[in-house]
Ligand binder design. Structure first.
Ligand SMILES: NC(=O)C1=CN([C@@H]2O[C@H](COP(=O)(O)OP(=O)(O)OC[C@H]3O[C@@H](n4cnc5c(N)ncnc54)[C@H](OP(=O)(O)O)[C@@H]3O)[C@@H](O)[C@H]2O)C=CC1
Ligand SMILES: N[C@@H](CC=O)C(=O)O
Ligand code: NA
Length: 376
């Protein structure tokens, strides 16, 4: 351990929705407030920069609206990279494509990056490779995204540990969407559960589980993105990256957006017309029920066959996916050479602001410790 005095690391937080607000709250309280100071916050309209820190969670939107200036991401990054007190961390808590397209530039400016946003790691392979080239171990800039899969659950860190210690991944499968887990846990139950599909979708949105545009969840894209992120962490020889040149869009994915609603021009129109899909989903539920089964939305990476897929499946009433899941639970099982025939299973809340924020702030602590070992 280095003998240098502890530093308070400057942080910029872009995206102040449910997750961003929870991150700010965690960073404003002990023990994290002793390690980090928030020097910038931004939403889609404005940003506020204060090099001395002091941006707290109380009344942050009022502060931003009163003292902020029009959002200028290059300007914000420029200020962050020239702070006198050393490397900073930028948090992308948006769901945009635009910020991820700047990750290589941000990392190239010696700024570390943490994000729950899946877009940068699951879209085209070109961007993903540029991010890899701009970050550790190729450069000194660190990039972490634990919350991109399973929110705060230790999914990416566990997979990295398995791979980096020489285990062989055979299969990764489970329920990867907090939103779709909640929806089907309520909609398709062992007993009862005659609620309308549209009603549970609305509740999942109100609980903050969905993406800013719920069609990203209901189309299966969110699960396909998570599968892409996991696939790209496997060694090249296991499941070649080149098989996923377009990222998540290359994967077979079951969509739960009915054909009639695929033409909706906005998320608002989609939410208003949700009921149009109710009959089809009720039929699916009844079909499963007659077979003594429930419906669940699952993801699978089968290394042997090279298959990566996001799909709807029926499970018997006594299956763990029918009995053991509640709320927004994710359950993810890793079958490996070492964890076989009994897999390593991780289960818990897979969506929601506080647990997602925890995945982000725990990544920040990892960066903090590594900076400290390098004597900052
Ligand atoms: N909710 C959850 O359970 C989980 C979420 N995530 C991920 O966390 C991220 C944030 O999710 P969540 O907080 O729920 O989303 P919200 O919709 O609540 O918040 C999104 C925030 O991003 C801001 N924003 C939008 N566009 C831009 C832009 N171009 N530049 C700067 N800011 C912008 C919005 O600004 P404005 O307020 O002005 O609209 C808003 O503050 C997403 O990537 C999501 O996938 C990951 C795991 C779980
Ligand atoms: N919308 C996502 C949020 C976490 O990634 C989900 O429901 O799983
Ligand atoms: Na996670």
């Amino acid at each position: 351990m280095s003998g240098s005095a502890a530093r308070v690391v400057p942080v910029a937080l872009v995206g102040l929705g449910g997750v961003g607000a929870a991150i700010l709250s965690q960073l404003s309280s002990p023990p994290l407030a002793q390690k980090f100071k928030v020097v910038a916050i931004a939403n889609s309209k404005k940003y506020l920069f204060n090099k001395d820190g002091g941006i707290k969670s109380d009344g942050f939107l009022e502060q931003l609206n009163k003292n902020g200036v029009e959002l200028d991401v290059p300007g914000l990054i420029g200020k962050l990279s020239t702070l006198a007190d050393g490397p900073a961390i930028l948090i992308d808590s948006t769901a945009t494509d635009t910020l991820p397209s700047l990750y290589p530039t941000i990392l190239g400016m010696n700024i570390h990056l943490v994000t729950p946003n899946k877009k940068g790691f699951s879209s085209g392979l070109e961007l993903y490779q540029k991010i890899q080239s701009a970050s550790y171990p190729k450069t000194g800039s660190l990039v972490y995204g634990e919350s991109t899969v399973g929110a705060g659950l230790p999914i990416l860190s566990s997979l990295k540990d398995l791979v980096e210690t020489g285990d062989e991944i055979i299969k990764i499968e489970g329920v990867f969407s907090g939103t779709l887990s909640y929806i089907f846990n309520e909609f398709s139950k062992v007993e009862g559960g005659d609620v309308k599909f549209s009603e549970v979708v609305k509740i999942a949105k109100d609980k903050g589980y969905t993406e800013p545009d719920p069609r990203d969840d209901l189309s299966g894209s969110d699960v396909a993105r998570k599968l892409t992120i996991l696939s790209r962490l496997l060694p090249d020889s296991t499941l070649p990256h080149s098989t996923l040149p377009e990222g998540y869009a290359s994967l077979p994915t079951r969509s739960l957006v009915p054909a009639a609603l695929a033409e909706c021009k906005s998320k608002e129109e989609y939410m208003e017309r949700l009921e149009e899909g109710d009959e089809e989903m009720s039929q699916l539920r009844e079909e499963a029920r007659k077979e003594g089964k429930v419906v669940r939305f699952v993801g699978m990476i089968d290394v042997k066959s090279g298959k990566v897929e996001a799909k709807l499946e029926k499970y018997p009433f006594d299956h763990a996916f029918a009995t053991a899941l509640q709320g927004s639970d994710n359950i993810i099982s890793f079958t490996t050479k070492r964890y076989s025939p009994r897999p390593l299973i991780i289960q818990g809340s897979g969506a929601g602001a506080d647990v997602t924020a925890m995945g982000v702030t725990s990544d920040m602590v990892k960066i903090y410790e590594r900076m400290r070992l390098k004597a900052w």
